[in-house]
Write a protein that binds this ligand. Structure first.
Ligand SMILES: NC(=O)c1ccc[n+]([C@@H]2O[C@H](COP(=O)([O-])OP(=O)(O)OC[C@H]3O[C@@H](n4cnc5c(N)ncnc54)[C@H](OP(=O)(O)O)[C@@H]3O)[C@@H](O)[C@H]2O)c1
Length: 264
């Protein structure tokens, strides 16, 4: 089994690569022995990255309005690849423009899985706007009291590892959440309690959220993200699944446990 992990230096991909030590890590800047140059913006990198590969963890190009054509041309060149595990999102429906077209491409393969995780716990750390809010003491979203089944990226990676390596292909969509649905106010309260640093949540209108996000992102992308906050406000992410337990045999990590180890 030869696995290519696209986005293998990223949030879920790096954790997946740790679970699959023989995997090849796709990155635009290869520095380690197991790295191979892979760039969605440079299709001349596809063939060498795919050489000898029969399974792929596929993170589509990020921030591209219509990623289907380039993903389709990549899959057309992946002649030896039997199994693809696609990282999609619980927030992306089949009818959504852009990423919504990708699951159908993957389902055409003999062996596949589509991962549909909810929002990552890791958004509360690193350079995500929510993480900046944690540092500033005020998380600003357009989500109101809407709840989200926040999921640890390590749990997503564990599901991906099983979907890539289980003898029987999963050939299904996996809706992946953490063990509880929390509002951002709930999450802020947990961070305050665990770290002792006061953090609160302030909800703003969708228009204000789009304007805030547009300070650091293209306007169109900022509007899409603000709309996803509105969807959360209307309950779109208020659900939990047992996928992590069902697929890996281990329960999904709680947000409180994540905060204990990842937010100082
Ligand atoms: N954050 C969430 O809450 C959430 C929820 C559900 C789904 N998702 C999905 O997760 C994915 C992104 O996750 P993330 O924000 O945590 O990002 P990430 O996985 O950290 O993504 C960055 C990775 O993408 C690679 N990359 C960037 N541009 C590339 C290009 N042109 N060609 C090849 N590789 C490229 C980077 O590799 P190099 O820099 O090494 O090249 C890096 O490994 C998205 O598909 C998103 O829909 C996110």
């Amino acid at each position: 089994m030869n696995v290519l992990v696209i986005g293998g230096t990223g949030t879920t991909g790096s954790l997946l690569a740790n679970l699959l030590p023989d995997a090849r890590v796709g990155t635009r800047k290869p520095v380690l022995d197991d790295h191979v140059r892979f760039d969605w913006d440079d299709p001349s990198t596809f063939d060498a990255a795919l050489d000898g590969v029969d399974r792929v963890y596929l993170i589509p190009p990020v921030g591209v309005a219509d990623p289907a054509p380039v993903v389709e041309s990549f899959l057309a060149r992946a002649r030896l690849v039997r199994r693809v595990v696609l990282l999609s999102s619980s927030a992306v429906g089949e009818s959504a423009t852009g990423m919504g077209a990708l699951p159908a491409l993957v389902r055409a393969l003999p062996e596949w899985a589509v991962l549909r995780p909810s929002w990552f716990m890791q958004n509360f750390t690193g350079d995500h706007p929510v993480a900046a809010g944690v540092r500033d003491g005020e998380i600003v979203t357009g989500t109101g009291d809407g709840k989200v089944g926040f999921i640890d990226a390590a749990d997503i990676a564990a599901v991906a590892a099983r979907a890539l390596t289980d003898p029987l292909p999963h050939n299904t969509d996996h809706l992946i959440t953490g063990p509880e649905a929390l509002s951002y106010a709930d999450a802020a309260a947990i961070i305050t309690e665990v770290t002792g640093r006061p953090v609160r949540h302030r909800s703003v209108s969708t228009a204000e959220m789009a304007a805030r996000l547009a300070a650091g992102l293209p306007r169109e992308f900022a509007e899409v993200l603000a709309q996803l906050d509105e969807d959360i406000r209307h309950g779109a992410e208020n659900r939990v699944t047992t996928t992590v337990l069902d697929v890996t045999g281990k329960p999904a990590r709680t947000f409180r446990d994540f905060v204990r180890t990842s937010i100082g």
